[in-house]
Design a protein around this ligand. Structure first.
Ligand SMILES: Nc1nc2c(ncn2[C@@H]2O[C@H](COP(=O)(O)OP(=O)(O)OP(=O)(O)O)[C@@H](O)[C@H]2O)c(=O)[nH]1
Ligand SMILES: [Mg+2]
Length: 510
């Protein structure tokens, strides 16, 4: 069965830590991919010795994993625009996982089918497609993928993506009836988060969410396996007669508890680091926030001259990175890049997502980056605003940065979009991260926003304390300098606190 198939890209690069702590192949069924340990119910989960062998030529496997289909139920209260936007996003998410969507199946229903999410007829239709029983010339109205594919047939379909979160039972029914693996929206997002997590904290948070998602799937797998073969003897520290499911559930619980402990320790560490950073007097901080793929990391790179990851993928960034604004300014500004937002984030990921966003709460200024070329940018803007409010970051001053204007149609369309945005958001920035002059403008805007509070004053530094001279240049803008027999006078502009601190320091050094 599914055991020999590697379904999603490279297991080696995914680095999934299973609950027994060993590196595991991301092989096997939906459950095995999440737990990676032995047999669970009727599901094959690769054993440790097979894991090393699963470092089979990944390229070869990837070749086989390319084709997928998408299915979604459109409920009566969902508009065409919302429905299409959500489907487009799912296709993008699937693309991020390395899949090509060859067809989309949609069905209007008053509710989801309890057994198999879609109605029986639609399930049969998909089965027919997956098993190559008909060509898609009968593409239905509104079925955009099918429409463009002519005689595309459904051979070699590996995955059916579902644009909702479905129950383990519905997933199982679909897998059996349709004849290929099924992944719901939640699992897709979990998978992307899992692949992209880099730091220890991000990895732990994603693992907790994945384990939480997996638990009910294990129950479903166990039900399917029936009473036979579920019991095993009490060896190796297991309670006698403890079932596989119980054991696996216990392992999951223990692993979650262990990860949570690690996270608490990491959080403390992070807070200490942050406090230390803030003690570094006069540091102003900006956080780049916004919907996934809006161009936050691109802007971060351009604004700081750093090499942060930029990719045309959803959730390319999962960890917060902090760099200094370049060219350096007075005050020195720290810029942080953050994880992208998305609609309907899986429940288990909300906490981890929000905690990585805490950086935004500490910032003195938020740059809310919006992809002005995305047809759904207004909805994306709303989602970001809503989450910022939920974490209490709505009180932080904010500049809306409408990015990718170069990607909006022709010049006339760009001018029109820019005018409309400026009319609606008078203090916004409309730009392209690809234009150096726009980056310079944004840089100026950031610095200006910190300099707004600046005061102009004079500082005196005696000749005996000239070693403190550089402090003035780091913390203030020097407008004029003159000297007399006792020392030097500086006409400066700077933040009130920073200037006062210098005055006290200089007086003491006299
Ligand atoms: N045409 C155009 N493309 C851009 C612009 N800014 C960014 N991009 C592209 O958009 C894609 C996404 O950019 P990222 O900077 O990775 O986006 P992000 O907001 O950091 O995304 P996540 O980390 O996934 O949240 C990349 O392919 C960039 O090259 C722009 O101004 N114009
Ligand atoms: Mg990014």
């Amino acid at each position: 069965m599914a055991s020999t198939k590697l379904r999603i890209g490279s297991c080696a690069e995914s680095g999934w830590q299973p609950i027994n702590g060993e590196k595991s192949a991301m092989s096997g069924s939906r459950t095995s991919r999440l737990i990676g340990d032995g047999y669970v119910g009727g599901y094959y989960l690769p054993l440790p010795q097979k894991r090393s062998r699963s470092a089979m030529p990944i390229e070869e496997v990837k070749e086989k994993l390319k084709r997928a289909i998408v299915a979604a139920v459109q409920l009566p209260n969902v508009t065409e625009i919302e429905f299409e936007a959500s489907l487009t996003e799912l296709r993008e998410l699937a693309k991020t996982l390395g899949f090509e969507i060859v067809r989309t199946f949609i069905q209007k229903r008053p509710g989801f089918d309890r057994t198999g999410y879609l109605g029986v007829g639609k399930r049969q239709e998909i089965h027919g497609f997956v098993n190559n029983q008909f060509a898609s010339a009968d593409a239905q109205a509104g079925d955009s993928d099918a429409a463009g594919l002519g005689n595309e047939v459904g051979s070699n379909i590996d995955i059916l993506f579902i644009d909702h979160e479905i129950s383990p039972f519905q997933a199982r029914t679909l897998e059996v009836e349709v004849g290929c693996e099924v992944m719901d929206r939640t699992m897709v997002i979990l998978e992307i988060f899992h692949r992209n997590a880099r730091s220890r904290a991000a990895k732990a948070q994603v693992e907790i969410a994945r384990l939480g998602y997996m638990a009910p799937h294990l129950r479903e797998a166990a039900k399917l396996a029936g009473p036979q073969g579920r019991q095993r003897s009490g060896t190796g520290g297991r309670g006698a007669g403890e079932s596989h499911t119980e054991l696996d559930r216990r392992k999951i619980r223990d692993r979650i508890a262990e990860l949570q402990k690690e996270l608490v320790a990491m959080d403390l560490e992070r807070k200490t680091q942050r406090a230390r950073r803030q003690e570094n007097e006069g540091l102003a901080s900006v956080a780049l926030v916004g919907y996934t793929n809006a161009g936050k990391s691109t802007l971060m790179r351009a604004l700081t001259g750093s090499e942060v990851l930029v990719a045309n993928k959803l959730f390319a960034t999962l960890d917060t990175t902090v760099r200094t604004l370049y060219p350096e300014s007075v005050p020195r500004v720290l810029v942080s890049d953050t994880v992208g937002f998305i609609k309907n984030l899986p429940h288990g990921l909300v906490a981890s997502f929000k905690s990585t966003l805490e950086e935004a709460l500490d910032a003195s200024l938020l740059l809310h980056v919006i992809d002005a070329s995305d047809p759904g940018f207004e909805r994306q803007l709303e989602v970001t605003d809503k989450v910022l409010k939920e974490i209490g970051a709505h009180v932080v001053p904010r500049i809306r940065v409408f990015n990718k204007i170069d990607h909006v149609g022709d010049t006339a369309a760009q001018v029109e979009r820019e005018a409309a945005l400026r009319a609606q958001y008078p203090d916004c920035m409309v730009m392209s991260a690809r234009r150096p002059e726009d980056i310079a403008k944004l840089h100026k805007m950031i610095v200006a926003s910190f300099q707004q509070q600046f005061v102009e004053t004079e500082l005196f530094l005696s000749w005996s304390a000239q070693q403190l001279r550089k402090e003035i240049y780091v913390n203030c803008e020097v407008l004029e300098e003159r000297a007399d027999g006792e020392g030097a006078f500086f006409r400066v502009r700077g933040a009130p606190d920073a200037v006062e601190k210098l005055r006290v320091q200089f007086d003491l050094a006299r």
